[in-house]
Design a protein around this ligand. Structure first.
Ligand SMILES: [Zn+2]
Length: 563
């Protein structure tokens, strides 16, 4: 028996006895809700879990229950839903964010600087000051922060702090010096070194491909630090009701971290990896994707590639110039020929391809490549576009026509809408965060959080998906409300749609015979709760493969995600 199961089971107040490795378990007396796999939802009262941790039978009102089972879990009438699948997250970054300087709560530059000063004072042993989560837009700053400002609180130690979207980094003078970034450093392809106005001197912030200049010089975490970070990440996902996550951009070190956890029976959730580039893909998978291992807890499916940056740092690649900066259309990371070659290299060996595309030009370019490559690479390929944030309405039908999976993050819509209006202007908003229009073309939606960019909180995402409003309930009636999804469609995108995007719809995403018994007890009904109540849903227990993996009672809410 896995030690965490024992620990969890003993702390449950009589709900379940210590579950042995082989047993039939009847979960009964629940208010069960599951996607039915046909676009609707189905309600049920209980189900039987077989010794392999799979669902054997689902019971509706009046159905006969088996007379003899090894264990019974009395749901006490609580609401039960399938485990949520986060189709796009950054697992290790989520864990490391907990262990390094977190600026996501800072509401002004001054507050950020005082947090940095406090962290620096509290960690005299750290060779570098590392962290992230900052967002100059939420500081009311219409410019990026500078190295000179960071120098005032870092006492000469190198400091490197990534922006909330992961597409820019803020260095101080010592970090710029360590990386050899000077006024004679040219902007790398797909990246930009921001300069002090009227000079060539670096100002402190590096965007997209330029971040690699500092990234390759900063100290790398030790494997034992990575193990700690992964433990933190698992706790956050489980507490939020996420039972499976697609890790977008897995390095060989990340993969080894997941494997070490699996070897020690400490892999609690399911992780489906998308390697961070072709080199990592071949290091991890060799000649092709890995099989499912550790009872379907771990698999490497394919590769994650980047075509452009993010809207916030004006890295997203647009067809026409930015509305708030006519001098740029964004930062394409490569040409169409180059992205096509990388996609082809992966598809050749049967790896699934997921391409980050945020701007309308980037989305059109990936769609062009998919249409071209589909001639050569036939069969069930499930090409994924990550984010698909701004799509020219003329290109939207191409998602459905080519069976492209739109891997989108509802929380981004609520966080970005004011910034997106500034960057895009009114004309381009029709194709922005256009979940419903994309789904209407027959394309599959797979929802996720992009954690740590947004908290890995699927119930917050569900609330945004059905309302197009933020935590403050704004804007009234929803932003671009024609894109509001039905509850069935939103729940589907976090379960069956996300499972499909991982080639896992035969085992994950629903409460149905043959599926892995991944489920949650929650305190709100996602089919009826008002958006604000849905957003505040508490996960009470998280079960994976028919075993209790996390419970609020045991955790005391300590791992609760930020709301
Ligand atoms: Zn991402």
């Amino acid at each position: 028996m896995k030690s965490w199961i024992a620990a969890a089971a003993t702390l449950l107040s009589g709900t379940v006895l210590a579950t042995p490795a082989v047993a039939d378990v009847l979960v009964d007396n629940v208010e069960g809700i599951t996607p039915d796999g046909k676009g609707g939802v189905e309600r049920f009262e209980g189900f039987l879990i077989d010794p392999q941790g799979k669902i054997a039978q689902v019971f509706h009102k009046g159905d006969k229950r088996p007379k003899k089972v090894d264990y019974k879990v009395d749901g006490k009438g609580r609401i039960l839903v399938p485990g949520m699948i986060d189709a796009h997250g950054h697992v290790m970054a989520t864990g490391f964010a907990k262990m390094t300087l977190d600026l996501s709560m800072a509401k002004s530059l001054d507050e950020a600087l005082s947090r940095i000063a406090a962290w620096t004072a509290a960690h005299p042993e750290a060779p570098w000051i590392l962290g992230g989560g900052w967002n100059q837009a939420s500081w009311g700053l219409d410019r990026m922060p500078t190295a000179a400002e960071l120098d005032t609180v870092t006492g000469g130690k190198p400091a490197w702090l990534t922006r909330i979207d992961g597409h820019a980094g803020w260095a101080n003078s010592a970090a710029l010096a360590a990386a050899g970034v000077t006024s004679s450093t040219a902007d790398p392809a797909g990246g930009e070194v921001l300069r002090i106005a009227g000079s060539k001197a670096p100002a402190g912030v590096l965007v997209d491909a330029a971040t690699a200049l500092v990234e390759k010089k900063r100290p790398k975490p030790r494997p034992e630090d990575a193990d700690t970070a992964f433990g933190e990440a698992q706790l956050q996902f489980l507490a939020a009701g996420v039972t499976t996550v697609a890790d977008m951009g897995t390095s060989i070190e990340d993969w080894q971290t997941f494997r070490r956890a699996s070897d020690k029976h400490q892999l609690r959730m399911r992780v489906v990896a998308y390697a961070g580039g072709i080199e990592a893909m071949t290091l991890i998978g060799g000649p092709g994707p890995t099989p499912w291992i550790d009872d379907d807890r771990l698999k490497m499916n394919g590769v994650k590639l980047y075509l452009d940056g993010a809207l916030g740092s004006r890295g997203a690649w647009l067809k026409a110039p930015y509305s708030d900066d006519a001098s740029t259309k964004g930062l394409p990371q490569m040409s169409q020929t180059q992205i096509g070659n990388l996609m082809s290299r992966a598809a050749m060996d049967g790896f699934q391809v997921a391409v980050h595309a945020i701007g309308d030009e980037a989305n059109a370019t990936v769609l062009d490549s998919i249409e071209e490559l589909s001639q050569t690479y036939k069969g069930d390929r499930r090409w994924r576009i990550e984010h698909a944030q701004v799509v020219d309405p003329a290109d939207i039908p191409r998602f459905g026509r080519n069976g492209v999976i739109a891997s989108m993050q509802p929380q981004h819509e609520a966080s970005d809408r004011v910034m997106a209006e500034a960057r895009l202007g009114p004309q381009r908003l029709a194709g922005a965060y256009a979940w419903k229009s994309i789904a209407a073309t027959g394309a599959k939606l797979a929802f996720g959080s992009d954690t740590p960019v947004e908290p890995a909180h699927p119930f917050e995402g569900l609330a945004v998906a059905i309302s197009r409003t933020g935590a403050d309930g704004q804007p009234t009636g929803g932003w671009q409300p024609q894109e509001v999804l039905t509850r069935e469609a939103a729940l589907g995108a976090y379960t069956t749609g996300a499972a499909y995007s991982l080639f896992a719809e035969d085992r994950l995403g629903r409460i149905a015979p043959g599926m892995r018994a991944d489920f949650l007890f929650v305190d709100e009904d996602p089919m009826t709760a008002a958006p604000q109540a849905l957003r505040g849903t508490h996960v009470l227990e998280t079960w994976i493969g028919g075993r209790l993996a996390w419970s609020a009672a045991q955790d005391g809410g300590k791992a609760g995600v930020r709301r």
